[in-house]
Design a protein around this ligand. Structure first.
Ligand code: CO
Length: 155
């Protein structure tokens, strides 16, 4: 396990579309383990593989101390809406109020390729949407014209 470098949003790789995973090998397991270490060290709620320079459809999300490993995730159902402050480890110190669905149904594969489905709501739904966006080259700040720093907001 190792900490990898998080790429920031001046790098165009974050605009590229990630590729489907078809090999569930040790290399994938190591990537997932490293992503977990990297996300936790940075105090994040989620991380997409592209943020550590790997253009593969792999994301992790950790909410309420539950870690979700989502390989080839697909959001198959969305309902409701929520608006809350959102940021990204690739855009340090920049935040926006972003509208997301309140509830999602997501299918994904686990690290061994087994397909599973989760229902997500609230922060988990927000985090999954954010990370799946990364797989398609979309950043949270594309969803708002009003970005702010926390210092600015508190004043
Ligand atoms: Co992000």
């Amino acid at each position: 396990m190792a900490i990898r470098t998080i790429i920031t949003d001046e790098d165009d790789i974050l605009r590229k579309k990630s590729r489907v995973i078809d090999t569930f090998d040790l290399k994938l397991h190591q990537l997932l383990d490293d992503m977990c270490d990297t996300m936790r060290k940075a105090d994040g709620v989620g991380l997409a593989a592209v943020q550590v320079g790997i253009l593969k459809r792999v994301v992790i999300v950790e909410v309420d101390d539950v870690l979700y490993e989502l390989v080839n995730p697909e959001i198959i159902e969305r309902s409701g809406s929520q608006c809350d402050m959102e940021g990204c480890l690739s855009s340090p110190n920049v935040y926006g109020d972003i509208i997301r669905p309140e509830n999602l149904t997501v299918t994904a594969q686990n690290r061994d390729g087994k397909v599973y489905t989760i229902k997500a709501s609230g922060l988990l739904a927000r985090a999954v949407c954010h990370e799946v966006d990364h797989l398609n080259g979309v950043l949270f700040k594309d969803h708002t014209d009003d970005l702010y720093t926390l210092e600015k907001r508190e004043n």
